[in-house]
Ligand binder design. Structure first.
Ligand code: AKG
Ligand code: FE2
Length: 337
């Protein structure tokens, strides 16, 4: 029996100058879940068996014993922030028009015992680490057994009912307390299943694009917000003041639905110990073109326009000036007269 008593307190949440509404928590059998999924609205699914076999026995020792002997992808950061970047978009001989870029984290391959040893030995001031690895055939038998016992009937049922595309991957996240994945969006539907420890998630809908200032699409930080939530530069990013987030804290067994194109920031609670999460990423469904288009379809259109302009102009630096020429004074003035 899980108790309703809170296993964390507000002092464990990082402080941001933002307003939040709570994401609804809904029992997994409740039909309200389907209403929210159909609308692409976030919800915390409670009481489900989606990753129950993992919740029953996965912790760091268990993963150390059973994750297998292959190399795992570990991000290393000087601080608590792990901002994702696309290595393919970094300036290189093969990408001469790419932008100059200094990666904020390093990617290191290591065995699970090396990773766990580093966590055990960690002292304040040391580099932080975050394992992010897709679950694949290299995992040991115990983990494979738990994986097949996930509630696939429930997960596949939601996938079918809401016309999502195929499951693309299950990423395993093993974080140190206090680690932060800063605000970004993904182009997939996500069931984000908490297995061990507590994570705070802050979400924003796709129509807050202007408040969150994503990097340009050709930048290695494509899909990531340029705003540093801990020290927002309101001169550069004034509309961030108007951002209004949806927040929740996930504990073991909770599954957060992160709708496609929704922004999300994820933090393992301060002084909360390590965390383990598994996500379920699904392709979006076939797009139903109905007008008016929805907000995430508009983001998708903007992405396509940006992509096309980079391609035809052959220089990312020309994209902004061209768009400015096209829009300023023509689409920014009252065009009714
Ligand atoms: O758990 C995290 O740190 C990030 C998770 C995430 O961004 C995702 O599952 O899409
Ligand atoms: Fe994500």
């Amino acid at each position: 029996m899980t108790s309703d008593k809170k296993q964390w307190d507000y002092s464990q949440l990082r402080k941001y100058d933002l307003n939040f509404e709570q994401i609804p928590r809904v029992y997994y059998k409740d039909s309200k879940i389907d209403e929210l999924l159909a609308l692409n609205r976030p919800v915390v699914i409670t009481g489900s068996n989606i990753v129950k076999p993992a919740c029953e026995r996965w912790n760091l020792e268990f993963l150390e014993d059973h994750l297998g002997n292959s190399d795992h992808t570990v991000y290393v950061s000087r601080n608590h922030v792990f901002k994702y970047y696309d290595e393919k978009k970094i300036l290189s001989k093969s990408n001469p028009k790419g932008v100059k870029f200094k990666p904020p984290t390093r990617i290191v391959e290591m065995k699970v015992y090396e990773f766990m040893q580093k966590i055990r030995d960690w002292r304040h001031g040391d580099d932080r680490i975050y394992l992010q690895q897709s679950l694949n055939a290299s995992v040991g038998q115990a983990i494979a057994e738990d994986f097949v016992r996930f509630d696939w009937q429930y997960v596949n049922g939601k996938q079918d009912k809401h016309n999502w595309g195929p499951l693309t991957s299950n990423l395993l996240f093993v974080a140190m307390e206090g680690n932060v994945t800063p605000c970004h969006y993904d182009e997939q539907q996500n069931f984000f299943a908490q297995v061990y420890g507590y994570k705070r998630c802050i979400l924003f809908p796709p129509n807050q694009f202007e408040c969150l200032y994503p990097h340009p699409i050709f930048h290695p930080h494509d899909r990531q917000s340029m705003v540093d939530f801990e020290k927002p530069d309101y001169n550069k990013f004034p509309k961030f003041k108007q951002a209004k987030g949806f927040e929740t804290v996930l504990g073991p067994g909770d599954v957060l639905y992160i709708p496609i194109y929704w922004w999300h920031h994820v933090e393992s609670l301060l002084s909360g110990g390590p965390t383990i999460t598994i996500n379920f990423w699904f392709k979006g469904g076939p797009t139903n073109i109905e007008y008016p288009l929805n907000d995430h379809q508009k983001v998708s259109i903007m992405r396509n326009i940006e992509k096309m302009l980079v391609e035809v102009l052959q220089d990312p630096k020309e994209v902004g000036p061209l768009l400015r020429t096209m829009v300023l004074g023509r689409f920014t003035e009252n065009i009714n007269n």
